[in-house]
Write a protein that binds this ligand. Structure first.
Ligand code: NDP
Ligand SMILES: O=C(O)C1=N[C@H](C(=O)O)C[C@H](O)C1
Length: 261
């Protein structure tokens, strides 16, 4: 059995993850963490009345034998959470987006020093993992690219972690260059979106959406669009489960679910 702690359990993803962990025959939920929790034990919720699991509201009070720390919290919280997990030899499985490149590099150095395996996955959905790989392949032949990501309107970070990761993967095969008319001017600021090495990234936020991305490629007289949709947060759970099962076999902090598939 893999002993698991879920951080951010009161949130949309954290709550779905708690259900997945409780239903998984190889996982044992040994703790949940969220500063906005009012209860001391999960069994105080009618939905989990037979589930005796301690609730933590601060990192300082966490005393646990957890082996894996699943994090779906907030961009402002994830770095300190991941650092805490690594320092306590708990393997982090991080879904939370919004960390800077410097923060990720610092965590990777810490994981190496502590010999602890971990994963940061910008997206645990298999459709998104495939989209990123297909997009990287397509960019070898069609290097003019724009990315449109579409999410629910409660999302804190923009552009999405998936969109940034898509751009980074494409940049491995695409020479940086400005796209569009060299003389183009925005008459309304932001009209051309964010700029990653000349690729434009557009972030849409609307009620009703969950998580969606399109990568558009244009060539002479032709175009290609690759699209993925997460219609439900359950779409991320098989990826989270795979990472939770496998992560203790590693001793470095990796980026991207594809490393474990
Ligand atoms: N990698 C992937 O496949 C996916 C990643 N995500 C990412 O996961 C993150 C969470 O998304 P979502 O569930 O929608 O967000 P929510 O806002 O619904 O949930 C986040 C929860 O974390 C809590 N929280 C804040 N700070 C801490 C902390 N220090 N420790 C523990 N919990 C904390 C929040 O409390 P409070 O409300 O009080 O701040 C909230 O209850 C986002 O970064 C999102 O981009 C989402 C879907 C898939
Ligand atoms: O906030 C979300 O919902 C999601 N966040 C991740 C991201 O920023 O890419 C993954 C997925 O898109 C859902």
């Amino acid at each position: 059995m893999v002993k698991v702690l879920v951080a951010g359990f009161k949130g949309r993803m954290g709550n779905t993850t708690v259900q997945m962990v409780l239903e998984h025959e190889d996982f044992e939920l040994v703790g949940v963490f969220d500063p906005c929790a009012k209860e001391k034990n999960l069994n105080e919720n009618a939905e989990y009345k037979d589930t005796d699991v301690p609730v933590y509201v601060s990192r300082e009070e966490i005393k646990t034998d957890a082996e894996v720390w699943i994090d779906f919290t907030a961009p402002s919280a994830v770095f300190e959470n991941a650092k805490f997990a690594l320092e306590n030899h708990i393997s982090p499985v991080i879904g939370t987006t919004g960390m800077s490149d410097d923060q990720v590099a610092e965590l990777q150095a810490l994981a190496k020093k502590e010999h602890v395996g971990g994963l940061i996955a910008p997206n645990f959905g298999i459709s998104a993992v495939l989209l990123m790989q297909f997009a990287k392949k397509a960019a070898e032949y069609l290097p003019d690219v724009e990315i449109i990501e579409m999410h629910h309107d409660n999302k804190l970070d923009a552009p999405s972690g998936t969109a940034i990761n898509t751009a980074k993967m494409i940049a491995e095969v695409r020479k940086a260059h400005k796209q569009g008319n060299p003389d183009e001017k925005e008459t309304l600021a932001g009209a051309r979106g964010a700029d990653y090495e000349g690729m434009r990234i557009h972030a849409v936020r609307l009620p009703g959406y969950v998580a969606h991305e399109q990568v558009l490629f244009g060539g002479k007289g032709e175009a290609l669009t690759i699209r993925q949709d997460s219609f439900d947060r359950i779409s991320f759970m098989s990826g989270v489960a795979v990472a939770t099962e496998k992560i203790r076999n590693y001793d470095e902090l990796m980026i991207g679910l594809e490393n474990l598939l």
